[in-house]
Design a protein around this ligand. Structure first.
Ligand code: SAH
Length: 216
């Protein structure tokens, strides 16, 4: 399936479904309507690309559910030219959504195979992002400060150094919890030394793990 009429029609239906589920940020919905999610999945599973579900990719990881991508992206309140750090590139779909919204994206992945593949996928679609192969626990202070940080793997606790890489007014969104479920957590940097934390529902992500895997 190329990005043809059929895929476009399926994306419109997906956007309608996300609206019904409470997503209201028009820029987020426009990006989901635009980015061809099927290009981020194995061609054998194209029929699953526009179903609102997570799906397996390589290295035992998953492409996040569209609803989850929509919730996290809405919480980030992305504006054009914002610098956004993503921890957990995976398929690169979330990174493409951010790029489509005009963000300058920095994204880190611990599996070398996924890091390479996501880079290829985004380049082929004409999106640019800065890709890093590494362990994202420490963030990327040398590229910060960021308007937003998005963690797309389940983390037990947010390391102190990550919110420190936000600008004042910046937002960090992460699923915090153990392997059974996580609470979507938003940290807003209100000033140099004050941070506000709020929670936004429960989700299930693959775990955030230490170190890198050189599988390609
Ligand atoms: N954002 C992705 C979904 C990724 S699933 C998408 O749009 O497809 C979570 C990803 O986080 C996995 O690819 C996993 O390998 C990666 N990950 C887990 N721990 C990590 C760490 N410490 N540093 C960087 N990436 C990590």
């Amino acid at each position: 399936m190329n990005d043809d009429f059929e895929a476009k029609g399926k994306r419109k239906k997906l956007v309608d479904e996300l609206r019904r589920k409470g997503i209201s940020d028009e820029e987020v919905l426009r990006a989901i309507d635009t980015v061809p999610r099927h290009k981020f999945m194995d061609p054998a599973f194209l029929g699953h690309a526009y179903v609102d579900k997570a799906f397996p990719i390589s290295s035992g990881q998953t492409i996040s559910q569209p609803y989850t991508v929509a919730v996290q992206t809405s919480l980030l309140k992305v504006k054009k030219r914002d610098k956004i750090l993503e921890i957990g590139t995976g398929s690169g779909y979330q990174a493409a959504i951010l790029a489509e919204m005009g963000a300058k994206v920095y994204t880190i992945e611990r599996f070398r195979e996924l890091y390479l593949k996501a880079q290829q996928t985004l380049t082929a679609l004409g999106y640019s992002a800065d890709f890093f192969y590494g362990d994202g626990y420490a963030g990327k202070p040398q590229y910060g400060p960021f308007n937003g940080i998005i963690i797309t793997a389940a983390i037990n606790e947010i390391p102190d150094e990550l919110p420190q890489q936000l600008i004042t007014g910046g937002r960090l969104v992460a699923p915090v919890g153990d392997n059974s479920f996580q609470v979507m957590t938003l940290i807003e940097r209100e000033s140099e030394d004050s941070f506000k934390t709020t929670t936004h529902g429960t989700f299930v992500f693959v775990p955030m793990l230490r170190g890198t895997v050189n599988d390609k």
